[in-house]
Each structure stands twice: as C-alpha cells, then as structure tokens.
Design a protein around this ligand. Structure first.
Ligand code: SF4
Length: 259
C-alpha cells in the first residue's frame, strides 16, 4: 500500500469519526500514552497536585490491588444508604488503575446496574467514541461514577446518598493518582465541585477537585466539567463544546491536539 492510499484510508477513518462525534478535526495517529513529567511541573513545584502530597506513587500492581480490595471488601457489601435495597449490582468502576485520565459520571443506570459496569449502553458507546477521538482507548483510562448504586428509576441522588458514597470515589482517585478528572454532566460536576453553578458556566476550564472533601484543603486533581454523553445524544449541537473541553484535557496531558 503506498503513501497516498494510506492517507486516503486515514482520512476516511477520520470522516467516519467526525460523523459519529459531530466534530471535525485532523486524523489522530495512535501513539503510546505515557506520562510526560513536564505536564505536571508547574503545580507539582507548588506542591498542590495529588501524588505530590500523598506520598510516593504506587506501582500499577499496588493500585490494582488497592482498588480490588476496596471494591470487594467495602463497596459490594455497602449498606450505608438506602440504595443497597434496590440495586442489582454495585458498579465500582472500570479501566486502567494507573490511568492518567479518569471520567466520572453521576450514577449507574439500568444497564450498568445489570452488568456491574459503568457507561454501557448508548451513552457508553458515545463515551467510547469520545475517548477514541482523543487518540486513546477505554483500556487506557478509568471510568466510574459518584454513586456506586443505581437510584431507582434513575432519579436524582439525594444529598445523603452522595455524602454516604463520596469516600469511595475519593479513595479511588487517591489510589489512581490521575493527572486529570473529567466530570461528565451537571450532577457529577456540581457534586464534585460543591457548587450550584450550571454546567454551562463550569465547563471550558479546569477546576480543583479536593480529595479531602473540603474546598481548599489538601491535595487536589484538575477537573474539567463537560456534558454527559446521554445529554449529547439528546442535544448533538453541544458536541462541539464537549470536544473543545476534551481538547483542553489533551493539552493538559501533553497529547497531540488536532488543529
Ligand atoms: Fe453504599 Fe454508595 Fe451504594 Fe449507597 S450508593 S449503598 S453509599 S455503595
């Protein structure tokens, strides 16, 4: 196969991705997803980022084991809020325990509750396409929710349920030590940032997610709020803004960003 046919193939693949995501950008070559120390240097020097205040970085095996123990010994048996009465399965999270990038949604839905996995179904398929558009794979990132059990009929979680479950997410993120968290949707963004601001006001810039649960105290992770894939399925006109948010995340991670 010559160079021009390779290029045509890449363009065809990109156009297919554009149609799926509703955005236009240059072809993204596959590359290794490795940490670049320069991406962390500014805040690391200030001693603020997670991983710089929580002791030495854990190995991949240590992170995997820590997450497994948290899930199997505490989350799966959790009865800290009333959602344990109606769940079929807990949905802890899925992906690379050593991920540089974590996506956090609000709570499991019907399919997730059945399968015990986050972001399956149509919204999950769109999230997969968003990840691929960033030049990544689902296996390279980590995906979870604020709540580990499904609220009946997908109702909004109560403040008590969020409070009861919050420590699990904090422990997940403390273990993974990701460089960026993307909050998917208004409920997850407002919960993690403890604000009533709308997603329209929050998105488009990085915020601090404090692992202590108290704003301004202890290590934090850069957090980018953006629209939830389920919302994008209903409002495809917002895909462009979502892609703009994801490009800021790619910049932060020193990933190649299409012009
Ligand atoms: Fe426990 Fe969280 Fe499930 Fe409530 S939602 S029962 S706090 S795991």
């Amino acid at each position: 196969m010559n160079e021009s046919s390779n290029l045509r193939g890449a363009v065809r693949q990109q156009l297919a991705t554009d149609r799926l995501l509703g955005v236009t950008f240059a072809p993204m070559p596959r590359r290794r997803f490795r940490a670049k120390p320069s991406a962390r240097c500014h805040e690391a020097d200030a001693g603020l980022l997670i991983g710089d205040q929580t002791g030495p970085r854990l190995s991949v095996d240590q992170k995997t084991e820590t997450l497994r123990v948290l899930d199997e010994t505490r989350v799966q048996s959790c009865r800290a809020c009333s959602l344990h009465q109606t769940r079929k399965r807990t949905v802890f999270g899925h992906g690379n325990a050593d991920a540089r990038l974590v996506f956090v949604g609000e709570a499991p839905g019907e399919q997730e509750d059945r399968q015990g996995l986050p972001f399956v179904g149509r919204a999950g398929e769109l999230l997969n396409r968003m990840i691929v558009a960033m030049g990544l794979t689902r296996e390279e990132v980590y995906i979870c929710n604020v709540l580990k059990c499904r609220p009946p009929e997908n109702r909004d979680p109560s403040a008590d349920e969020i409070l009861a479950c919050a420590s699990f997410l904090r422990e997940q993120l403390s273990t993974i030590q990701a460089e960026v968290v993307v909050a998917l949707g208004a409920p997850a963004s407002k919960t993690l940032l403890q604000t009533a601001d709308s997603i329209g006001r929050l998105r488009g810039r990085f915020h601090h997610y404090y692992l202590s649960g108290t704003i301004g105290v202890g290590p934090w992770v850069p957090l980018m709020p953006t629209y939830h894939p389920a919302y994008l399925l209903r409002s495809p006109g917002e895909k462009r803004k979502t892609w703009d948010d994801l490009k800021l995340v790619m910049q932060r991670l020193n990933l190649p960003v299409p012009r």
